[in-house]
Design a protein around this ligand. Structure first.
Ligand code: MOS
Length: 735
């Protein structure tokens, strides 16, 4: 099916199931511990051996000698995989890191060996017997030191243009009387998802089946095939549940590749879970960025120039963190400059983490906007409203929908923004300095070709098959809702089968495009199934409606299962897109408001409450959407106040590489959070008129918290995370 003109009225608009706060179908399985994740496929693969990865003990250099004899002789050991017996391994297309030191070492904890044994304990114990001698080489680990002279990044495959120049930025900036030129840093951050990377690999002849925790099946099969050098059609991936990914499980990681290579060597299925302490240096992360923001405005608050440059480092061939994406789109100004710089660093690979570019980019831009509002003597909400626009500032095309102003106004209203005193340190509650802050949120609304298969059986059960995954977002549930709405059957008559690469292809869970893409694919498949059903029943397809478990036409109503009386009906289709995304700027918007307390004596920061208002087209399921936004806010609070991987700049690794040292928010850190949605539909996206919210919910959170901290302390911290050491010495004296 082709979607190339804005959607009109269609069966989804009945909203009998779509738009309802349906519980997640798998909620009970997860809360009772009975959902079987990749590592727990005991029934499917009862004979799996255990693999354990040895990570490199240097960051840069090569393996001079490796002695695996003692490990091979250890109890229970079946095989020891190293570069000497793994065969050639290529690299993937999205994550470009090499999966095994061969024998060059590219980064700390890069896999050096995989020990395969009968039990996990045997594999782990034998790994400790491997002796490696390294030739250490000089590495590059310090972004600050590498920043001068870092070249403009090449337009990366997934990042778009790396430079934009509109009008006369330098002239406008020089001429302005009110301006800002500040630099902000966002540190290296880890996805720190609950479920570690985990896979089971089984070979049947030259066919490979892997149970794995992966967000995008299509990238996964492509990359597994490319790395192992086998035909893609020989690779099947199965991923029934994913315990969080945030971009870190976009495609094949080391544990999947080594499980497959290890199983090939051991001639037995192998399961590998990355032990938590090597996840941080072994896999990808959000790379540190240094960001310079330059703003100039007229006294009334209209921006005349917006500039944003960002620097990050990566392994050779790695991508740039596109921090300027939102800056190109969020606020109007005639003169503009954005630029991305990329240098080489010999740390683990930097790559996608929830709202790549937009989340860290707004962490800089939205503090800068707060600072600029203060210089202008304007309220931060009013300043943003003054620079709102319905025309995309760099492309000159209209936004499909842009309810940013409503997010700001409604958010301010719900939060009680008028209580804020713009003078820092002016609000007090006992020993707590109280601060109120806000920030805007924006995230692109991409959508991609996605397919699905729809089956109708004699009991009237509709089964949907698609390779879409569920990373905890509620994909199963919105797929069921879409099929129920389309086929006019109750939700309990719909089965969703996801996470199998042998099913029709989708873009999976990533870039917040999974929800809109897969539901459009299900729409297409159900449209086709409706035709088949109507034909079977001898109805003219044009005047048929599907409702109440029946097919209605010309005064007749027939139970839908009658159509499948002689056997199951099957229909498959995909939704493909025309150029609407080029004619309209398709984005999601939001506003975050935060109230925080700072202990006047210790400088400790506690978030007291937060309010978010989001506009993301039709909300398919307010419960799952709210969950995603709430989760994004929690992650944003972590980014604002806690999260940082600290680089050892001599030896080149992330020092705090476990969940004891890498701090993320826990329940005690999170107060009451509110997430609201603006009622809107975006007919330019798909027949469902819905956009994603999974990444939107994160963008803008951290700067809202940062601006609230400033409002409490009067100390502007431009280096995340805002830990108390950065403001305690400069806070106003306690009276
Ligand atoms: Mo996302 S960072 O596209 O999983």
């Amino acid at each position: 099916m082709k979607f190339d003109t804005p959607a009109g009225q269609n069966p989804i608009d009945r909203l009998t199931v779509i738009g309802q706060p349906i519980d997640r179908y798998e909620a009970k399985l997860k809360t009772t511990g009975t959902a079987t994740y990749a590592y727990e496929q005991h029934a499917a693969v009862p004979d799996a051996a255990y693999g354990y990865i040895l990570g490199a003990a240097i960051a840069k250099g090569r393996i001079a000698a490796i002695d695996t004899a003692a490990a091979e002789a250890a109890p229970g050991v079946i095989a020891v995989l190293t570069h000497r017996n793994a065969g050639p391994l290529g690299t993937g297309k999205f994550y470009v890191q090499r999966m095994l030191a061969a024998p060059e070492v590219d980064h700390y904890h890069q896999p050096v060996a995989l020990v395969v044994a009968d039990s996990f304990e045997q594999a782990r114990a034998a790994t400790a017997l491997i002796r490696v001698r390294y030739d250490r080489a000089e590495g590059r680990f310090d972004l600050e030191a590498r920043k001068p002279g870092a070249p403009i990044a090449k337009p990366a495959e997934y990042g778009g243009p790396t430079e934009s120049l509109i009008g006369d930025f330098a002239g406008a900036f020089d001429a302005a009387s009110i301006k800002l030129d500040e630099t902000y840093t966002v540190p290296d951050q880890a996805h720190a998802m609950m479920e570690p990377h985990a896979s089971i690999a089984r070979w049947d002849g030259d066919k490979l089946t892997c149970w794995t925790s992966i967000q995008q099946m299509n990238w996964g099969t492509r990359d597994v095939a490319a790395v192992l050098g086998i035909p893609r059609e020989n690779v099947r991936l199965i991923s029934p549940f994913i315990g969080g990914g945030f971009g870190g499980k976009g495609t094949a990681q080391t544990e999947l590749i080594l499980a497959a290579a290890g199983a090939r060597l051991a001639k037995r299925p192998v399961k590998v879970a990355l032990q938590r302490p090597i996840m941080f240096n072994n896999t990808i992360h959000r790379p540190k960025t240094i960001q310079r923001v330059m703003l100039a405005a007229e006294p009334g608050g209209r921006l005349t120039a917006i500039g944003h440059e960002s620097w990050n480092g990566n392994l050779e061939g790695g991508r740039t963190e596109p921090c300027v994406t939102s800056t190109r789109t969020l606020y109007a100004a005639p003169n503009r400059l954005t630029r991305l710089h990329l240098t080489t660093l010999d740390l683990a690979e930097g790559n996608a983490m929830r709202a790549p570019g937009e989340a860290p980019g707004l962490m800089a831009l939205e503090i800068a906007m707060d600072e600029m509002a203060e210089r202008l003597g304007m309220d931060p909400v009013a300043f943003r409203l003054a620079n709102d626009t319905q025309i995309e500032p760099e492309k000159g095309i209209p936004f499909s929908t842009r309810r940013f102003a409503d997010c700001l106004r409604i958010g301010a209203e719900k939060f009680g923004w008028t209580r804020r005193n713009p003078k820092p340190g002016a609000m007090r509650d006992g020993d707590w300095l109280i601060g109120l802050g806000m920030a805007g949120a924006i995230r692109g609304a991409p959508i991609s070709k996605a397919g699905a298969r729809a089956r109708l059986d004699r009991q009237g059960v509709v089964t949907i098959e698609t390779d879409m995954t569920d990373i905890g977002t509620g994909s199963y549930t919105i797929v069921q809702q879409t099929a129920a709405e389309m086929m006019g059957v109750p939700l309990d008559k719909v089965v969703a089968k996801l996470g199998d690469s042998s099913f029709p292809e989708t873009p999976g869970s990533g870039g917040q495009q999974g929800g809109p893409s897969v539901t459009a694919g299900v729409y297409a498949a159900c449209m086709k199934l409706r035709e088949v059903v109507a034909q079977r029943l001898g109805f003219n397809n044009a005047d048929v409606t599907f409702a109440d478990g029946r097919v209605h036409s010309g005064g007749r109503a027939v139970p839908i299962e009658v159509a499948a009386r002689d056997g199951e009906l099957v229909a498959e289709d995909s939704m493909e897109y025309g150029d609407l995304s080029k004619r309209y700027a398709q984005q999601t918007f939001g506003a975050h408001f935060a109230e925080i307390g700072v202990d006047a004596y210790t400088g400790e920061v506690r978030v007291r409450r937060m309010v978010a208002v989001c506009a993301a087209g039709r909300i398919l399921n307010p419960k799952t959407a709210r969950s995603q936004v709430i989760g994004g806010i929690v992650m944003g609070i972590g980014a604002a106040l806690m999260e940082e991987m600290v680089v050892d700049k001599r030896l080149g690794f992330f020092v705090n590489h476990d969940l004891a040292g890498y701090e993320v928010p826990v329940h005690a850190d999170i107060p009451q959070l509110e997430a609201h949605f603006i009622e809107e539909v975006d007919p330019t996206i798909s027949p469902l008129k819905a956009k994603g919210v999974g990444e939107l919910g994160l963008t803008g959170v951290a700067p809202a918290v940062a601006n609230a901290v400033y409002n409490a302390t009067g100390v502007r911290v431009r280096e995340y995370p805002i830990t108390l050491d950065k403001h305690i010495g400069r806070m106003a004296r306690v009276s």
